[in-house]
Design a protein around this ligand. Structure first.
Ligand SMILES: Nc1nc2c(ncn2[C@@H]2O[C@H](COP(=O)(O)OP(=O)(O)OP(=O)(O)O)[C@@H](O)[C@H]2O)c(=O)[nH]1
Ligand SMILES: [Mg+2]
Length: 251
């Protein structure tokens, strides 16, 4: 039986960061996140990035017990990595789980407000989105084409999934533990970026309240985008598939 002094405290907040080639961003970002408070822990889920992102994290984690690395070497994907991160965050005992991109598009400074809304709202909220589309939010940094891609995708998702939130594509989110358990996050099936819409849809269908906190979205600080036309089209198909699954009772 471990003594109370050696027993590991459950983290209040675990931040999950899926990474692929984020060597330029990852250490400054994890440092900022850990500085948010002693109750914060960070999990980096890296798909064996060729730029060695995982090596940097492995090295830093040797002296920082609040930093964790999942180094994946097969079955690569934003969705698979996201799922593994959520599962591990729950295993660590997190009360709140944050998911965000690891490229500084999502700024750590918004997290305290997202958690305040998550924990302090009446009626109770189970998910908070960092939202570009909420009043006061911004997507100004991006080019016109990228902003229109986002707008069209939002309209399409609202139409097909009937999700009544403003920023359906936000991958910057604060989750209550109970929400992730209720939507059975371990059974998430989207291999790629459509994990964002899959979990949003499952949450809305479970009639869990979703709030949006305005954020200013910024372009990635270092590194290159993983968005391709192929991924974009796959995203549209994935949303349609979610709708069909729901209609046929398979969701
Ligand atoms: N583990 C893992 N992470 C990934 C994968 N693809 C993307 N990511 C990470 O997922 C997050 C979102 O990907 P981004 O490349 O920023 O995609 P985006 O935001 O649509 O595009 P840009 O901001 O323009 O780069 C980032 O932290 C990426 O490093 C992957 O296959 N595996
Ligand atoms: Mg990004």
């Amino acid at each position: 039986m471990p003594s109370p002094t050696t027993e590991r405290a459950r983290p209040a907040v675990v931040v999950t960061l899926p990474t692929y080639n984020e060597a330029g961003n990852i250490l400054p970002l994890t440092a900022e996140l850990l500085a948010l408070g002693p109750g914060f822990e960070v999990i980096v889920i890296d798909d064996d990035s060729p730029d060695g992102t995982w090596k940097l994290v492995a090295e830093a984690a040797r002296t920082e017990p609040r930093l964790h690395l999942i180094h994946r070497t097969s079955d690569r994907g934003r969705g698979r990595s996201g799922r593994d991160g959520f599962v591990h965050a729950l295993e660590l005992g997190a009360a709140v789980v944050i998911e965000m991109d690891a490229d500084f598009s999502h700024q750590p400074r918004y997290i305290p407000q997202m958690i305040r809304v998550l924990n302090g709202s009446q009626p109770e909220v189970g998910l908070v989105l960092g939202s570009r589309a909420a009043a006061g939010g911004k997507d100004a940094d991006r080019g016109l084409v990228r902003r229109w891609i986002t707008k069209l995708a939002n309209a399409y998702i609202r139409l097909f999934l009937g999700v009544r939130v403003r920023d359906c594509n936000s991958g910057f989110r604060a989750w209550k533990r109970a929400t992730l358990e209720q939507i059975r996050v371990a059974e998430t099936f989207s291999p790629g970026p459509a994990i964002v819409q899959e979990l949003l849809f499952k949450t809305a269908r479970a009639e869990i309240r979703i709030a949006e906190v305005p954020i200013e979205f910024q372009n990635r600080l270092h590194g290159e985008s993983t968005l391709t036309l192929r991924l974009l089209l796959q995203g549209y198909v994935a949303v349609l598939r979610l709708r069909v699954m729901a209609w046929t009772g398979r969701l």
